[in-house]
Design a protein around this ligand. Structure first.
Ligand code: DX5
Ligand code: ZN
Length: 236
């Protein structure tokens, strides 16, 4: 995070720009989390995706600011950023703690609050990129009132709550519609079921930030899995 509040003109950090594969530590081995983060960052990853679940918005409970604080310095020292995905009710109560713990972006779910506009403002005031996520059942138009307020839109390509679920095959069309609604200046992120088979189509559809959990940390060689998904997304 930066100490300065953000606004629509504040530049987006380089680590978020271009086609990026964001390893989700949800599928990592938490007994050696630092080593797992180092493996993917050594392979080139610059965005580490951090999934927070509260047992209310989604059934599972995962991790919070204490774990974030445990990895944030390592990620920043390696030139990376932490992308915090809040799958929680009352997200605005938690923004400050995550910002203080080292979040670079904070994404809340549109379905979790009637105050999406105010949430974006509050996140930017804390110096973080403001992100909003939508579930597979939520139409792209749900975020149309946030123009100029939001830095990052996450289009869920599975239902939130668990790693390792199958990719929802109608997602490319939804991402195309989101890109045309949101314009070119907003980061569009996809999350769920991303791997070598789906990353290329997602990039062609207009997503630039692609979260991959089980495809990376469920693999015997996370660094190599990261490189293969990156190659699939960039066509290189
Ligand atoms: C799921 C989380 C994802 C999860 C994706 O609700 O938001 O970030 O880690 O897992 P995969 O890549 O295995 O679908
Ligand atoms: Zn996520």
């Amino acid at each position: 995070m930066s100490d300065q509040p953000r606004n629509a003109e504040t530049p987006v950090p380089d680590a978020f720009q271009g086609i990026r594969i964001a390893p989700s530590i949800l599928s990592a081995d938490f007994g050696r989390l630092g080593a797992q983060v180092a493996e993917v960052m050594d392979a080139g990853a610059r965005v580490i995706h951090f999934d927070v679940m509260d047992g209310q918005f989604v059934p599972p409970i995962t991790i919070g600011p204490l774990v974030l604080a445990g990895i944030a310095d390592q990620v920043h020292e390696a030139g990376g950023v932490v992308d915090v995905h809040l799958m929680i009710e009352n997200p605005d109560r938690q923004f400050e703690d995550f910002a203080k713990a080292g979040a670079d972006s904070i994404i809340f779910h549109e379905e979790a609050t009637p105050h999406a506009h105010r949430c974006c403002h509050a996140i930017r005031e804390l110096g973080c990129l403001a992100g909003v996520a939508i579930n597979p059942g939520t139409p792209v138009e749900a975020v149309s009132g946030l123009e100029g307020m939001v830095d990052e839109i996450l289009v869920m390509t599975v239902n939130p709550g668990w790693g390792g679920q199958p990719f929802i095959e109608t997602s490319p069309d939804k991402v195309r519609r989101m890109r045309s609604l949101a314009g070119e200046d907003v980061l569009i992120e996809v999350d769920g079921g991303i791997g070598t088979r789906t990353a290329g189509t997602m990039a062609e559809s207009g997503a630039t930030l692609m979260v991959a959990g089980s495809a990376i940390f469920g693999s015997a060689d996370p660094a190599r899995a990261y490189e293969e998904i990156h190659a699939a997304a960039t066509g290189s």
